[in-house]
Design a protein around this ligand. Structure first.
Ligand code: PLP
Length: 436
C-alpha cells in the first residue's frame, strides 16, 4: 500500500476483558465448562429484568415515535428531566442543553478522546478501566498517563501523585475519576472529590467523572455526583449510563452532563465538537432514552436500587470473608460497582508456578501461552484451564501490580460460594501453600 493507513495509536486498543473470552471459548470447546467472571453484564450472569421496567419498555415499543430518530443531543423531555435531577441536588446548575446522549458510554469515551486535540492528555487512575486507558493512549499515540490508587488506603487516589503529575506535566489537560471505581470497587467521598476539584482549579484542568456505577453504591456515603462538588469554576463532565443501574447494558444508552462550559471558550468549543460529531451520526438510540424519565420517576425505582445495593453489599462481604486470611494476597472490600480486585503481594509470584490442568487437550492448548507473559496473567490462564473460572489480570488495567479482577455478579448463591472458595484454594495451591 503506498500510504500507511494504520493509526499511530492502533496498538493501544486493547480490551482484555473481552479478549480473554477467545481463550475461554476455545477451552469450552475442549470440554472445560467456563464460569464467566470477566465482564460486568448482570443480565448475562442471570439477573432478571424486573417486570415493571419491562412493562414500561413494552408500552413504549407500541408507540411509533420510539421507532423514529430522536434529537441529536437526545430526547428533549428526557434531557429536561435529567437536568432537573442534577439541579435538585443543589450543586452546580445545568440546562437540558448541557446534556448529550451517546450509544452507551463506550461511544461517549470514543468521541471524548477521538475529538480531543492530540497533545492534550487526560490523567487517569491506575488500575485503569481499559475503555479509557486504550482510548486515551490511542488518541495521544503514547502510553496512558496514570495516577495511583492506593490499595493500602482502601484504593483511594493518591492526591499527592495527582498533583505532582499535573504540576510537572503541562500536557495534562484534565483528570479522570471513576466513582464508584472499576476495577477496585472504591467509592470516593465528597472530601476526596473536592481535593481533586481544587487541583483542577489550581492548574486550570478539566475534570471528567465516570458515574456509571453512581447508583450501584453500597458504601455508607450513598451516591455521590460530581455536580454536588464541582462548584462553579472548574469545567467538567459527568458520564452517566443505564447499563449497570437498571441494568440494561444492551440498550447502548449513556449521556454526559456538562458543567460550567461557559467558563472557558476552549472547553465550550470542545463540547460543541462532541455535539457536531454526534450530528454526523444523526442521533443515539431512541427507545432507552424515552424510557428513562418513566423508569426514574417510578415510585418503585429507589426500592429497586436499594435492593440491588443490599445484594451487592452482601456479596462484597461474602467474597472478602472467603478470601481474607489467604497468605500472599490483599483484598479490599468493594463499596460500589460490580467488581473485586485481588492483589498478589509483591514477589509472591514467579514464572514457574502452575495449577494442575487435568484435561490434557486444555493443558496442551494453554502451555504455549504461558511463555514470556506477566506473572498475574500466568495465574489467570492457569485458573481458567484448571477450574474454568475466567477472570482478568490486573496488569492489563495499566497497572504495575499483580492481581486479577473478578465480578460479584453470580446470582446463584451456591455457585457464588464455589467461585470464591475455588479461587481461594487455587491461590493457595498456586503459591505452594498447604490448606489448613
Ligand atoms: C466504569 C465504566 N465506564 C463505562 C462503561 C461503559 O458502559 P456503557 O455500557 O454505557 O458503554 C463501563 C462498562 O463496564 C464501565 O465499567
Amino acid at each position: 500500500m503506498r500510504r500507511n493507513i494504520v493509526h499511530p495509536g492502533a496498538d493501544e486498543l486493547i480490551y482484555e476483558i473481552r479478549q480473554i473470552v477467545g481463550v475461554g471459548k476455545q477451552l469450552e470447546k475442549l470440554g472445560i465448562p467456563i464460569t464467566w467472571e470477566n465482564i460486568g453484564d448482570p443480565i448475562q450472569k442471570g439477573e432478571k429484568v424486573v417486570p415493571w421496567i419491562k412493562e414500561i419498555v413494552s408500552n413504549l415499543v407500541q408507540k411509533d415515535v420510539t421507532w423514529a430518530y430522536t434529537a441529536t443531543q437526545g430526547a428533549e423531555d428526557t434531557r429536561k428531566f435529567l437536568a432537573e435531577k442534577v439541579n435538585e441536588r443543589g450543586g452546580v446548575q445545568i440546562t437540558p442543553d448541557d446534556i448529550l446522549f451517546f450509544n452507551g458510554l463506550g461511544d461517549a469515551v470514543a468521541k471524548i478522546f477521538g475529538f480531543m486535540r492530540r497533545e492534550a492528555r487526560i490523567l487517569g487512575p491506575s488500575p485503569a478501566y481499559s475503555t479509557y486507558s486504550s482510548a486515551e493512549a490511542a488518541h495521544s499515540g503514547y502510553e496512558h498517563l496514570t495516577y495511583e490508587l492506593n490499595p493500602d488506603n482502601n484504593w483511594m487516589p493518591d492526591i499527592q501523585d495527582i498533583e505532582n503529575k499535573v504540576r510537572y506535566n503541562d500536557s495534562i489537560a484534565g483528570i479522570l475519576l471513576i466513582n464508584p471505581d472499576n476495577p477496585t470497587g472504591a467509592v470516593y467521598n465528597k472530601d476526596i472529590m473536592r481535593e481533586i476539584v481544587k487541583i483542577c482549579e489550581k492548574y486550570d484542568c478539566i475534570l471528567i467523572c465516570d458515574e456509571t456505577y453512581a447508583h450501584v453504591n453500597y458504601s455508607d456515603s450513598g451516591s455521590i455526583h460530581l455536580s454536588e462538588v464541582i462548584g462553579d469554576k472548574v469545567c467538567g463532565m459527568a458520564l452517566r449510563s443505564i447499563s449497570k443501574e437498571l441494568p440494561w447494558p444492551g440498550s447502548r444508552c449513556g449521556w454526559i452532563e456538562v458543567f460550567n462550559r461557559k467558563n472557558d471558550a476552549l472547553f465550550e468549543r470542545y463540547i460543541k465538537t462532541l455535539l457536531d460529531a454526534k450530528m454526523l451520526e444523526v442521533c443515539s438510540t431512541t427507545l432507552p432514552q424515552m424510557a428513562i424519565p418513566e423508569i426514574y420517576a417510578s415510585p418503585k425505582f429507589i426500592a429497586h436500587l436499594n435492593e440491588r445495593n443490599r445484594k451487592y453489599k452482601e456479596r462484597a462481604r461474602k467474597s472478602v470473608s472467603i478470601l481474607e486470611g489467604t497468605k500472599g494476597i490483599k483484598v479490599v472490600e468493594p463499596k460500589g460497582g460490580f467488581f473485586l480486585t485481588v492483589l498478589f503481594e509483591p514477589g509472591v509470584l514467579n514464572d514457574k508456578m502452575s495449577l494442575q490442568i487435568t484435561n490434557p487437550a486444555a493443558r496442551e492448548y494453554i502451555q504455549p501461552m504461558l511463555k514470556n507473559i506477566a506473572n498475574d496473567r500466568r495465574f489467570v490462564l492457569n485458573l481458567l484451564a484448571s477450574t474454568g473460572i475466567c477472570v482478568v489480570p490486573i496488569s492489563s488495567f495499566c497497572c504495575k501490580k499483580d492481581g486479577f479482577r473478578v465480578t460479584l455478579l453470580e446470582e446463584n448463591p451456591e455457585k457464588f460460594d464455589w467461585v470464591f472458595t475455588t479461587i481461594r484454594d487455587s491461590i493457595q495451591t498456586y503459591l505452594g501453600q498447604v490448606r489448613s
